[in-house]
Design a protein around this ligand. Structure first.
Ligand SMILES: Nc1ncnc2c1ncn2[C@@H]1O[C@H](COP(=O)(O)OP(=O)(O)OP(=O)(O)O)[C@@H](O)[C@H]1O
Ligand SMILES: [Mg+2]
Length: 274
């Protein structure tokens, strides 16, 4: 279900991948997903479902964790990318914002942003213009630009991490758990910015989130991952209305609100699979 302005062109395609850590631990058991150009696609699921593993498989960051894609294929614009290095992928226009908003703590906010432009060859003026673009999306970063990143707040560090990704002029951003550890108001603010970057700059997003509620309000399409398998997918608007999603992931049901703990224990029933 894509609006006018977004195309049906698929940028990223993950076909039935299996990921094994340390040669023995099978974590992804046949995950398939597709990311259309210009959309915001959400990869949802609880702790340990395999969201980060999926993103790292795409961006070739598993090797340092002793993880390996042992089956399936990953294509970007139809080209097989799973044997490339992480920096090759950046050159293709795909950049990952890691979980836990990794910044260079000893560098200033501005220098952190500038490190995002390291693969670019289009000159200082273009990079300076993009720095101003990032500051326009994140006015807070402009105020803090001379501060050492390690001393800025969690929200500012998340903004810095996203801003740094934007500095590489990406076609696609893989965004891992942008809401992590942030107050609800700040989460909303960050998702608003993701939405405007998507709409105004045409950047495609694949975002991993435990926060189903906020992710399904901003994404166009969602995949729900449980124990290394996609158990459901659909347009975000449909998932928001799905009774199982409501009960298990949005903490709501016809009988009233459930606590997160109830939701977690019920989740094992996986009604939609039986
Ligand atoms: N380097 C590793 N070695 C072995 N097992 C790992 C490694 N990294 C992750 N795992 C395991 O893989 C599974 C999936 O983890 P992953 O980090 O992908 O989940 P996630 O959905 O991102 O969870 P969270 O929401 O907590 O970030 C978990 O069971 C985890 O313990
Ligand atoms: Mg994760």
């Amino acid at each position: 279900m894509l609006d006018a302005g977004r195309t049906q062109e698929t940028l990223l395609e993950v076909n039935n991948i299996e990921v094994i850590y340390n040669h023995v631990i099978l974590v992804l058991k046949g995950v398939s997903l597709s990311v259309p150009k210009g959309g915001i696609t959400a990869l949802l699921g609880g702790n340990g479902a395999g969201k980060t593993t999926t993103l790292k498989a795409i961006s070739n960051l598993l090797h340092s964790e002793r993880g390996e894609v042992t089956k399936g294929s990953i294509l970007y614009r139809g080209e097989r990318v799973q044997d490339l290095g992480p920096s090759d992928l950046v050159k293709l226009g795909v950049i990952q914002v890691m979980e836990g908003r990794h910044c260079f703590e000893h560098l200033t906010v501005e220098d952190n942003l500038l490190t995002g432009a390291y693969t670019r060859t289009d000159g200082k003026a273009a990079i300076q213009a993009d720095l101003e673009m990032v500051y326009a999306y994140f006015p807070r970063l402009k105020e803090r630009r001379k501060s050492q990143a390690g001393y800025t707040s969690g929200g500012e560090q998340q903004m810095t991490a996203i801003g740094r990704a934007l500095m590489s002029r990406p076609e696609t951003i893989l965004l891992d758990e942008p809401s992590m550890g942030l107050a609800p108001q700040l989460v909303e603010q960050i998702f608003e910015i993701v939405k405007s970057v998507n709409e105004n700059e045409g950047v495609t997003f694949l975002l991993a989130e435990q926060n189903t509620n906020v992710a399904l309000r901003y994404a166009h399409y969602g995949y729900i991952l449980e124990s290394g398998r996609i158990v459901m997918d659909g347009p975000a608007a449909d998932l928001r209305e799905n009774p199982d999603v409501k009960e298990f992931y949005l903490g709501m049901s016809d009988t009233g609100r459930k606590s997160f703990r109830d939701v977690r224990s019920y989740r094992r029933r996986k009604r939609w699979l039986s």
